[in-house]
Design a protein around this ligand. Structure first.
Ligand code: MEV
Length: 427
């Protein structure tokens, strides 16, 4: 049996079905159910109708697979659901370079989410804080009294924190945080249920009124961190030597570290890698986005989520650290057949492992963007891939698509007008 190996080149030149077969073969044909990934009707109307309200249809996106990923010594084909050209190709190419340099190294914290309980109408907020701390064991026991499965799996509410705010409009506020190890779940339902359960008790202890009882998307206790080290030689391009590319990446990152205007775009590039995997695995991409940007601003100024540096030998060192509230049990991860297949394709064994894969793709995507931006710019490569979209928008079908796309790139005018013109000449 073939060993799972994600190192594959030339996928771009194959048809979707040939690509699927190549990947199936490269995984040792081990991945059960992965055919759902190439089945546009995998999600039935009946299932969709059960997932949200007022369903009238399904919304499809292209599902690509990024190759070459090696993270903590394990190979991954990474499914990505995304509409933007260049994203999957860039991730695969950067993963190839990283792979040749020892692969991605990722670590993650325990999967701890937090919920907040807002308590109002308290005259002695510091006294209230003390009372909550004195009753910590009862609060934890109450929070853990319902979800037996989570406790059996080794999770549950493990700590509390308390914030005090003063506001001229509404007076003192005491905010009780529940810190909950949610194991392999994303955890929103778990922590929201606990918050609602604990709130009346917290109100009783403090003499306050419990109002909001909800998770915080600033999941700052559920952090994933990924690292790459790349030799300057691996970064050499046709027109730029590796040293220049490495310093270009570092300089680009410095601007994002100090300037929020650049940081927003820089981080958008990171999310170009992250969101498609979050989406393909049926996870809540709004939660991941909210957490990422809140984390990027946690020290008072919005900044870059990555850092790029040179070590003493001149290697380029890249790191990315951010909250990653994703799960592999519950929600769409289990009800959407393609999401289940996506997790199978990657052989994901835990939510932490999924978080590590997602962050690695984010770092790869950022590296690809900075490498292109600090050298030849992104438009040439991007337009070459975008030309296919333009050809389709102009009405090209079948073999015409590639032909028109190539012509548009050759002429240097990737526009629908020009594509129309070329199609008319052909017909
Ligand atoms: C485009 O989708 C993403 C980039 O703008 C990211 C960046 O500027 O770093 C290329």
């Amino acid at each position: 049996m073939t060993k799972y190996c994600s190192q594959l080149s030339g996928l771009r030149h194959l048809s979707p079905s040939a690509r699927f077969e190549k990947i199936d073969e490269a995984t040792g044909e081990l991945m059960s159910g992965i055919e759902s990934l190439s089945d546009a009707t995998a999600l039935s109307m009946a299932s969709a109708d059960g997932m949200i309200e007022n369903v009238i249809g399904l919304f499809e996106l292209p599902l690509g697979v990024a190759a070459n990923f090696q993270i903590n010594g394990k190979d991954y084909f990474v499914p990505m659901a995304v509409e933007e050209p260049s994203v999957v190709a860039a991730a695969s190419y950067m993963a190839k370079i990283v792979r040749e340099n020892g692969g991605f190294k990722a670590v993650s914290s325990a999967p701890i989410m937090r919920a907040q309980i807002q308590l109002l109408g308290i005259g002695d907020p510091f006294g209230a804080r003390q009372k909550l701390l004195q009753h910590k064991d009862e609060i934890l026991a109450l929070a853990n009294s319902k979800d037996r499965v989570l406790i059996e799996l080794g999770g549950g509410c493990c700590d509390i924190e308390i914030e005090i705010f003063e506001d001229t409009r509404i007076g003192s506020m005491v905010v009780l945080h529940l810190l909950v190890d949610v194991r392999d779940a994303m955890g929103a339902n778990t922590v929201n249920t606990m918050a609602e359960l604990v709130a009346p008790f917290a109100a009783q202890i403090t003499g306050g009124d419990a109002r909001l009882r909800i998770l915080s998307n600033l999941a700052d206790r559920r952090i994933v961190s990924v690292y790459v080290s790349i030799s300057r030689d691996s970064l050499t391009t046709n027109n730029f030597d590796g040293d220049r590319v490495a310093s270009g990446i570092v300089e680009a990152c410095v601007l994002a570290e100090i300037d929020p205007y650049r940081a927003a775009t820089h981080n958008k590039g990171i999310m170009n890698g992250i969101d498609p995997v979050v989406l393909a695995t049926g996870n809540d991409w709004r939660a991941v986005e909210a957490g990422a940007h809140a984390w990027a601003a946690k020290d008072g100024q919005y900044t870059s989520l990555t850092r790029w540096e040179r070590d003493k030998s001149g290697n380029l060192i890249g790191t990315l650290e951010l909250p990653m509230p994703v799960g592999i049990v519950g929600g769409a991860t289990k009800t959407h057949p393609a999401a289940k297949a996506a997790l199978n394709l990657m052989r994901i064994g835990s939510a932490n492992e999924l978080a590590e894969v997602i962050a690695s793709v984010g770092l790869a995507q950022n590296m690809a963007a900075l490498r292109a931006l600090s050298t030849e710019g992104i438009q040439r490569g991007h337009m070459a891939l975008h030309a296919r979209n333009i050809a389709i928008a102009a009405g090209a079908t079948g073999a015409e698509i590639d032909h028109i796309a190539k012509e548009l790139v050759r002429i240097g005018d990737v526009s629908v007008d020009r594509a129309h013109g070329l199609l008319t000449i052909q017909k």
